[in-house]
Design a protein around this ligand. Sequence first.
Ligand code: NIG
Ligand code: FE
Length: 408
Amino acid sequence: MPSVLIHNIGLLATPMGDKALCGKAQGDISFTEDAWIAIEGEKILAVGSGIAPRCDEKIDAEERLVIPGLIDPHTHLVFGGWREHELSDKLRGIPYLEILKNGGGILSTVRDTRIATEEELTEKATDILLGMLKKGVTTCEAKSGYGLSLEAEIKQLNVLRKLCEIQEVELVSTLMAAHATPPEYKDDTQGYVDFIIDRIIPVVAEKELAKFIDVFCESGVFDSAQTEKLLKAGKEYGLLLKCHTDEINDIGGTSLAASLGAISCEHLIKCTDEGIEALSNNGTIGVLLPATSFYLGADFAPARKMIENNVPIAIGSDFNPGSCPMSSLPLAMQIGCYRYRMTPEEVLSAVTINAAAAIGMADKLGSIEPGKQADLVFLDADNLDYIFYRFGENFVSDVIKKGRTCHF
Ligand code: NIG
Ligand code: FE
């Protein structure tokens, strides 16, 4: 296998280690000037500064800033249609949950997703992923949840499997059949919960179509007793747990999911002190989604309080057609920096090592160190602050995934 030397790196910025960082360590970024990285195959061989080892090939980084490949730990990537028709309702102040209750919102996307073919869904998601790659995202978590029937959930998960083969962003799949109650079970959410447990989870687990299970634990969607049943059933089938909690209302989901051993609780806009304590005590990662708060005109999750209480924070885009039709992780990072008052260093950990931990891949991804996968982003910037300060701009000029230069 030929070795490759990336030299003349102006500044290398990376967290270190193979675990989520919390508390003060959330902002521990190692900065190296005049750095080099040696790669062999898909992996990083060595990292240093000054005199570099000999390699078979050389790439001149032209004094750019280099960071680890960004990881988006929370998206709803595969869906049919869009929902721009909801914008005027939203601007008139009609609440998100009311739109859903009236058969719109998630259920409108379910209708569009059910009639879309696998090919159409694949093509659409491929375009989105290319846009994400251009902004430095090399790994992305993606949830089902717009099918809400056995066939249509499997269709979404099959699309994700197909996407792994045909494009460069690495994907991790989550079964989120518990995203809303479909029309077939109108007024019988409990019946749908049983259907997910008896019919969907076993098939998804058997076909190895998902690594995680996620539930929208929210007033009027799935209550905590239903969430508990669903998460426990997923766990029995070997799925790892994630949970949408405290997005609009706190109904106790965070403490519940954390106590069941969830790897992450996600959204956490309304997370209380009790929820923060549960996350902290269980080492559960808080996946925060600042662009969703921005788009919904909602509050922002209590990120500083979480950091003070040693909750590891990851940041995702939450890309979806309803509450965040925006797929730019860098923009989410910038909003997170300003509105959570997280430093650029804390945010960088949130979208690298902590996001890797939130998808169970921190041993392999999330930092630039020997033995880790060679996922690297080159930015036209002299320092880390600059890419946060110039919000809305894209400074990514090159991306390396698994040791190979991506073409876009
Ligand atoms: O994370 N909260 C539930 N799911 C998505 C929104 C899905 C939609 O509106 O289509 C979210 O915000
Ligand atoms: Fe979400």
